[in-house]
Design a protein around this ligand. Sequence first.
Ligand SMILES: Cc1ncc(C[n+]2csc(CCOP(=O)(O)OP(=O)(O)O)c2C)c(N)n1
Ligand SMILES: [Mg+2]
Length: 311
Amino acid sequence: MAGIKEWSDYELSLPGNAACGGCPSTMALRTVGKALGENAVMIMTPSCAVASIGLLPKSAYDIPTLNICFAGAGVSASAVVNAFEIAHEKGRFEGEVPTVFNWTGDGGTYDIGLQSLSAAAERNDNILHFCYNNEAYSNTGIQRSGATMQFAQTTTTPGGKPNPKKNLAQIMLEHRVPYVATASIADLQDLYRKVEKAKAIQGFKYIEIHAPCFTAWKFAAADTVEIARLAVKSGAWLLWEANEDVITFQGATKQIAEGKKEPEALEEYLSAQGRFNKLLKSPDREENLAQLKADLARELALIKHRAAFKG
Ligand SMILES: Cc1ncc(C[n+]2csc(CCOP(=O)(O)OP(=O)(O)O)c2C)c(N)n1
Ligand SMILES: [Mg+2]
């Protein structure tokens, strides 16, 4: 695997784009571009990533980019890759078929885009779906999504989200696809390796990247990477990959999963963000924190069981 110094100079996300300075998902996209290279086609659904493109004829992305309707990432990427593969087969297209990938938010993956994503996964279409998970509909003013953590304040859950988040990576696993992984901007080297691996696999690949959004989560932009690290350290975000049913853990998650370390610093993680203010000041604080910890422990136990399962 290429060390960070050997990464290519290629920039998919060009300077002067309209993302917030230090945007974590743009950081992740930059890494993805370096791992995939120039021969790629990107499909996007409405999101901050789309809003960052800027106005034609100036575009922030260096590769062909399709901005499609919110519900359609799965089917659109399938159609594009099928067109390339058929044209290639019939000799109408020479050279290597590009990597066709979706770059969508949690809203476009967990909620509004789930149906067509599920269908593409079940067909095992040859696409790579990225979900950059900033745990909210950030672009439209920070509404809650299926990926928002319980108790987090958003504009549609001003008192804190009442219910736990959906475990979408596990749902994707149940589609029996060749590759599913979680990643984080806390470890771009790990993300790079996972993207390189996914690129070489035929069939449906899903990579979900935790991308703490300082605008939505209410913390200082300079703390973005530190917040992402705390998420992994505390077990609020797990790092794993499933390649043909073999599940492995990475980073602090590996130590936690192997029982070498306890999850730590959950309260530090939460109190560093304004979106948990009400939870931390609530008279039910201890009870709610205990519930949150139990829920995170449940997620860890589920993926550990799955890793041990031989079926
Ligand atoms: C069918 C449909 N519903 C709502 C919208 C409005 N909309 C545009 S972007 C967006 C938020 C997207 O959230 P997410 O996918 O998480 O990406 P993020 O904004 O966080 O980058 C919404 C609700 C839309 N464009 N189409
Ligand atoms: Mg989002």
